[in-house]
Design a protein around this ligand. Structure first.
Ligand code: PMP
Ligand code: GLN
Length: 387
């Protein structure tokens, strides 16, 4: 066979698929890959079913059905007081993953630099590099995940096309503060750069913190492409419905890629997500509150087992340092051991770094029923003898 694309072929299978397969093989409780174990609201599912039966089920408009684009614009106004023109500033994509790819392929010119903050979601680097971009990586480090201001200043230059910012952050579970965002906004202004803002966990923010889109800061309205995901907001991760909000010129650039990547997204799902985004405030409040309670439940259990547990300010995830358990080996060894021997799957945090030198942290997912979380803690407690 002639060689496949060298950027993509240098990557293995994603860690989420690897750990989920191992969990199935060993009948482990899967706290690895991030997905809820119960589906989202029944009325949203019914809306999708009805829309599918009633049709039409033919190609929807390339930018998304008007109802969903209007709902995304209204959602931006309701939660962030952003005035968005649904016709020129909203695009529907097949998941946030496609949105990220469309923004990168649409904006990056080979040789452009992009600033990324590790640990980062696994699709960012391969797609950026495939687009010909040059990554400039900086790190936030556990346990406090503080913004490395000097490193960020050094990473930005005249060659910087954009920043990729994920808040709330997978896997660090950090929610960026106003002050941190102001610092980043200053760099974007100084170097005339854009930001691709991955805000898929926008409604999963805990302990009374606000989620602040970078786009709401002065001067950022024209620089940011804000990405959301119905999969996360409505606990329907298999649906893969995402949406991008951006000023017309930036959105047009992303749409140039979207039209050749997927072109469109299933119409019944778009109708149902439009319905979901129009739900009353109570839905969004209850959703965050129930996930916050699960966060607290799993964090307490993990601490009782003996892990050093990092603060989880948002997302589906908790990062733990497993060294206090006395395990000899790196994070991949630990997560494999945990899955095969203790019957609980987790994800090694080194998967979110380009170089696997941060190797003693494991990520656990808490968007599961309470009895599943309790059973996982019970298994780990028995295995490590901590409880
Ligand atoms: N970004 C982050 C930070 C994520 O954790 C995920 C999760 N799966 C995605 C993007 C992709 O979202 P989607 O499933 O809508 O493609
Ligand atoms: N975002 C999910 C996670 O971090 C996984 C998405 C996927 O499996 N590609 O676990």
């Amino acid at each position: 066979m002639k060689p496949a694309n060298s950027v993509l072929s240098s990557y293995g299978t994603t860690i989420f698929t690897v750990m989920s397969a191992l969990a199935v093989e060993h009948k482990a409780i899967n706290l690895g890959q991030g997905f809820p174990d119960t589906d989202g609201p029944k009325d949203i599912l019914e809306t999708a079913a009805r829309a599918s039966i009633e049709g039409p089920n033919q190609y929807p408009p390339m930018m998304g059905i008007p109802e969903l684009r209007q709902a995304v614009a209204r959602h931006n106004k309701r939660f962030y007081d952003l005035d968005i023109d649904w016709q020129s500033e909203v695009m529907v994509t097949s998941g946030a993953t496609e949105a990220l790819a469309a923004c990168l392929f649409g904006l990056i010119e080979p040789g452009d630099e992009a600033v990324l903050i590790e640990p980062l979601y696994d699709s960012y680097l391969p797609i950026l590099k495939r687009a010909g971009g040059v990554p400039k990586l900086v790190r936030i480090e556990p346990p406090n995940w503080e913004l490395p201001r000097e490193a960020l200043e050094a990473a930005f230059s005249e060659k910087t096309k954009l920043l990729m910012l994920n808040s709330p952050t997978n896997p660090a579970a950090k929610v960026y503060s106003m002050e941190e965002l102001q610092f980043l906004a200053g760099l974007l202004e100084k170097y005339d750069a854009y930001a691709i803002c991955d805000e898929v966990y926008e409604h999963l923010v805990f302990d009374g913190r606000p989620h602040i889109p970078l786009m709401t800061l002065p001067g950022m309205r024209e620089r940011c492409l804000r990405i959301g995901s119905a999969g996360k907001t409505f606990s329907l991760t298999g649906w893969k419905v995402g949406y991008v909000t951006a000023a017309p010129e930036l959105l047009t650039a992303a749409a140039k890629a979207h039209q050749f990547l997927t072109f469109t997204t299933p119409p019944n799902l778009q109708h149902a997500v439009a319905y979901g985004l129009n739900k009353e405030d109570a839905y969004f409040e209850d959703f965050a509150a129930s996930m916050e309670a699960k966060r607290t439940r799993l964090a307490q259990g993990l601490a009782e087992v003996g892990f050093d547990v990092m603060d989880s300010q948002g997302t589906y995830f908790i990062v733990t340092d497993f060294r206090p358990l006395g395990f000899n080996g790196n994070d991949v060894d630990f997560c494999t051991h945990l899955t095969t021997e203790a019957g609980v799957a987790a994800v090694p945090v080194s998967a979110f770094y380009q170089d696997a030198d941060v190797d003693h942290f494991a990520r656990f997912c808490f968007c599961k029923s309470d009895d599943v979380l309790d059973a996982a803690i019970d298994r780990m407690g028995k295995h490590f003898g901590g409880i």
